[in-house]
Write a new protein. Structure first.
Length: 273
């Protein structure tokens, strides 16, 4: 009997000390939060100590830059740095650099003991483009990226593309094809497409070439046949109209005479429909 009573007393005491399940979970969660907070506090204190001991002292800019000034870019990026040599967020800094209009890409790395090195690649403008007659000009890089710097290159230095954004790839492709077919003796200074789909190009800044809406490739072949035979674009002409079923029309500059028709098969040209 005494042994059974002592065993029962111990079971009763264990039951009184056993905590409810919910309370035990709350205590465990509290201990976990306290431990995490202590670790975070230690980490923040360690980061602050590292920032004081190892600050970013210099931002060095590398790259073949024509529009960004390396010293000015380095000073500007230095003002964006938060933290020290070990804790500076290089990804955030890279995004800040890439957001600048002329910057195509950037890479950042740490160089001991206190320098951040940023390697910058700039856009190389290949053309000026605007979506419509009332829109502002933008620049298009050689890779087809559109960007809009505060100060754009002089208008005479770049060919012009005009047409909606959805046709930008076609504008670039057709200008490149026309320039390739004409060769180095001529420059394609403008290619435009309007809302109706009419294509117009300017060659050497003085000859307007009207391709119309359809049959671009066929009409380009016709232009090249006439150009090879007559050296048409080397003459004093103001306009070449290819919007004919099987011929073209040539307009002279003002004061140079009227409009002449030419046909690749020898017949008189018919008006475009």
């Amino acid at each position: 009997m005494p042994r059974r009573r002592r065993r029962r007393d111990k079971e009763d005491e264990g039951a009184r000390l056993r905590l409810p399940v919910r309370l035990r979970y709350l205590i465990a969660a509290g201990l976990t939060v306290a431990a995490v907070s202590a670790l975070v506090g230690q980490r923040q204190a360690m980061a602050a100590w590292l920032d004081r001991q190892f600050p970013v002292r210099t931002v060095a800019v590398a790259g073949d830059l024509r529009h960004e000034r390396p010293q000015a870019l380095g000073r500007w990026l230095g003002r964006q740095v938060e933290g020290g040599f070990f804790t500076a967020d290089l990804q955030r800094l890279r995004q800040a650099v890439v957001a600048r209009p002329w910057v195509r890409d950037a890479r950042l790395r740490r160089r001991w003991p206190g320098t951040l090195v940023v390697s910058v690649r700039e856009h190389r403008a290949a053309a000026r483009w605007r979506p419509g007659p009332d829109a502002g000009w933008r620049l298009v890089s050689r890779q087809g990226a559109v960007f809009r710097p505060r100060t754009a290159p002089a208008a005479g230095g770049l060919p012009e593309l005009q047409g909606p954004r959805a046709r930008l790839a076609d504008l670039r492709a057709r200008r490149a094809l026309l320039a390739e077919r004409l060769g180095s003796g001529h420059s394609v200074t403008r290619v435009a497409v309007d809302a109706r789909g009419d294509w117009v190009a300017a060659v050497d800044g003085r000859v307007r070439v009207h391709f119309g809406r359809d049959h671009w490739d066929r009409r380009l072949d016709r232009l090249m046949r006439v150009e090879r035979g007559w050296r048409l674009l080397e003459r004093q002409v103001a306009r070449v109209d290819l919007r004919y079923p099987d011929g073209l029309a040539v307009s002279l500059p003002e004061g140079g005479g009227g409009e002449d028709g030419a046909n690749t098969s020898g017949a008189s040209a018919r008006r475009p429909g």
